[in-house]
Design a protein around this ligand. Structure first.
Ligand code: SF4
Length: 470
């Protein structure tokens, strides 16, 4: 009988604590010990179980599933791309909070010349409708968007009217510190099904330390409104359950468990733990608010392990970044809402200037317009496509083509580099992944999750998250 031949096919691999992690362009990955890896490279895997797993995951050139590859590569190379679907509109540069790490370098609460005018708002909405994407997510940001609520209302009403003709799937959300919330504004948000996302840095002491306001406790205000919105969501009033983002400052590092518990205390099942970027005030004060990758990873591991332990006890809670990564690992598909600059998202400043990401828009608030793509009053979306910056941002989504370090990294199918971070932290668009703290954080988080996923119970928790959460 003719002996079967297995020719190894890998795009990416790297050493791990227990051997090697391999991944391929179909989005699959596998962990092998040293012996298995060496026999795989020689095309002589004897372990039948391992051989089957490798074969099913498309790690042999002569056993490739071309239909699957065509589908996965098609989605990876944006076959059906019609334009970005996330549109972040900064309706004002003003803010009524004074967070010492503010990346947006927000202006004081009274400077109204930092507000988006209704005319710019109309042009912004027209610009967005010019994009052919069927799904549009409009996210209001600031500064603090509640300080210029009339523009928020104007855009929502204008977009809804316009959509009677265009018939797109439109979702609105607002990212707010909730300080300026009142019943009237909330009523508008409910009637228009606008999802609320706030900031929750942790328990009262930590939140108020990070997020200073002129009078009283920002935490008390956030807790009050989150509770109210959650209870309205439970009563099926039309508004979704609120979300919150937790920015990890240096002061947060010692409270991984308390931060997760605080989310649960406020009725939030989604925990989102974002590392601080060296932008705006955070850049200026990096020595007091910033930290290194190892410190963040130590924090993240403890928080993540706490979340898993809670899940094992039946508590409903998940970490958003971990879920996104697990979904990619388990399905091989790029998430629709991945933060790919220009490809999936655009950001608009209060003055109509357009950027490929919110971070680029924030950078512009510090006076650096390096990433500016155009202005809604002067440019159409089509005209942006020809700009060198837009094309370079496009290219940056494919790390294996442009980054020597990413070209062999096992996490390349799931990772993306962030040009604004590179620019801010390393002084160039492409940066240097070999010494990038952000790359270290990504790698470390991937290591933690892949390692934990080896445990069947944890893998089942991830599958459960995928079935229950977006
Ligand atoms: S940025 Fe780092 S972790 Fe991500 S693919 Fe590149 S080398 Fe890998």
């Amino acid at each position: 009988m003719k002996k079967e031949v297995y020719r190894p096919f890998i795009n990416y691999f790297q050493k791990s604590n227990s051997g090697f992690i391999l991944s391929n362009d179909a989005g699959y990955n596998i962990s092998l010990n040293k012996k298995q890896f060496e026999s795989f490279l020689r095309g002589k895997v004897k372990d039948k179980k391992c051989l089957k797993r490798l074969s099913e995951k498309n790690f042999f050139t002569n056993r490739l599933d071309f239909d699957l590859l065509a589908e996965r590569l098609g989605s990876y190379f944006l076959r059906d791309w019609k334009g970005p679907h996330i549109h972040i509109i900064s309706v004002t540069k003003r803010c009524d909070s004074n967070c010492f790490y503010c990346g947006a370098n927000a202006a004081s609460g009274k400077a109204v010349d930092n507000d988006m005018t209704l005319e710019t708002a109309r042009k912004t909405a027209d610009f967005i409708f010019d994009i052919q994407s069927k799904d549009l997510m409009l996210e209001f940001q600031g500064g603090e968007p509640l300080l210029n609520f009339k523009t928020v209302k104007f855009i929502v009403n204008y977009v809804k009217k316009k959509n009677k003709i265009f018939k797109r799937n439109i979702h609105f959300s607002i990212v707010t510190n909730l300080i300026g919330m009142d019943e009237k504004k909330l009523d508008f948000l409910i009637k228009n099904k606008i999802t609320v996302c706030s900031s929750l840095d942790g328990h009262e002491f930590l939140h108020d330390l990070n997020r200073k306001i002129a009078k009283g406790s920002a935490h008390k205000i956030v807790a009050k409104w989150l509770k109210k919105i959650s209870s309205l969501a439970e009563k099926n009033t039309g508004i979704e359950a609120p979300n919150a983002i937790c920015t990890i400052s240096r002061a947060s590092l010692e409270y991984p468990k308390l931060i997760v518990d605080e989310f649960l205390k406020q009725g939030l099942e989604r925990v989102q733990l974002g590392p601080l970027d060296p932008l705006g005030r955070a850049e200026v004060q990096w020595n007091s608010v910033g930290y290194g990758a190892e410190e963040f990873l130590d924090f993240y591991k403890k928080a993540f392990e706490h979340i898993i332990a809670l899940n094992k006890k039946g508590v409903r809670v998940y970490e958003k970044g971990a879920l996104m990564f697990a979904r990619q690992i388990l399905t091989g598909r790029r998430p629709r809402y991945q933060n790919l600059d220009f490809i999936y998202r655009l950001a608009y400043n209060y003055n109509g200037n357009i950027y490929g990401s919110d971070e680029a828009r924030m950078l512009s608030n510090s006076g650096d317009e390096f990433f500016k793509l155009g202005n809604v009053c002067k440019n159409s979306f089509k005209s942006l496509l020809n700009k060198p910056m837009a094309r370079t941002l496009f290219l940056s989504a494919f790390g294996f083509l442009t980054q020597p370090k990413c070209a062999r990294c096992a996490y390349n199918p799931y990772c993306h580099m962030m040009p604004v971070y590179n620019y801010a932290a390393q002084g160039s668009f492409w940066g240097n992944m070999a010494v990038s703290e952000r790359c270290k954080i990504f790698k470390g988080v991937f290591d933690i999750i892949i390692d934990k996923m080896k445990e069947k119970a944890v893998k089942n928790i991830f599958i459960n998250w995928m079935e229950n959460y977006r």
